[in-house]
Design a protein around this ligand. Sequence first.
Ligand code: FPP
Ligand code: MG
Length: 336
Amino acid sequence: MKPTAPSAAERFSQSLTLIPELANVETVIRSTFRSDVTPMREIPDYLLSLGGKRIRPALTLLCARALGATQISRELVDIAAGIELIHMATLMHDDIIDESPVRRHKPSPYARYGVPLTLLSGDFLLTRAFGLCAKLDDKVIQATEQACIELVEGEALETPLHLQPHTVETSITIAERKTASLFRLAAFCAAHLSGASPEVIEEMSSFGQSLGVAFQMIDDILDVISDEATLGKRPGLDIAERKPSIVNMLWLKTGDVESKRLLTPPGDPTEPLYVRQSLEALRNGVVIGEAKDVANLYAERARTSLETAVRSTPGSSPEFVDTLFTIIEFALERLR
Ligand code: FPP
Ligand code: MG
């Protein structure tokens, strides 16, 4: 039998062996969980134990190597760890805001430890992240501040559909701020700390930004087309929570009376009927195809920015550049 070609996910996992320094990032992350107040160690440790791809640290290290860094500096490890800590803090706060009981197939930190301690653990991690990044240069500090501000703004803009009018454009703005900001930061820091030219730094930042938007679009689509076993949470939560996801916005834009009937009254996540009806309509309609087109558009933008950055970098490493292209493929592959 002819062997099947490895999937992009397998190729990506395989390529992580090219950056053994990811283990150092994990060590730095864990080293920040020190406190004589037990929940401040235990809750971050619990969230970390839920797994995850560590895509942001991997992106940071891979971008640096792709741009020709011959070794991963202590600064890169610290900022990669800081970015993951910020991401963890946002997940803790986001689960509280979404009242989300499940994350990655397990009780969310919020469900397990309650609001006050989970909120404080997020604050703890955010402060630790700034402790790491404050040792780095001004540009990294400023960029990290900007990314955190955008995270907060993105989350604040994500008001439910019945409370505020949203459009496809606002959905993309929210994705840019709440998700792409950390991807952009990862690529920016990698380029900046590798001594890239201002043009390459800008192009790499655009690569991170477009990749981040594509990731969020894909997440929004999977919320509709995937199942609980794959998602690690019930599908249709963006419908139940009346989120301005790209899928919901494209559906409302069609003018379909069903979209208005099912999406615009206040949501009740415990009421499964309208979620079932919405999922059925969306899975059998054209909107998912349109949302995939948007995800593909941002993936294509990411490829173009990466190509441009690499073309202007004489010492770039084709092996690591390939791995970055594989991340784009691996994200899109989840839609097949
Ligand atoms: C997950 O979105 C949430 C984010 C990507 C951003 C959350 C940002 C905040 C809570 C602001 C706080 C900021 C800081 C700096 C601590 P989602 O609900 O679509 O994804 P999910 O399914 O993983 O929950
Ligand atoms: Mg959420």
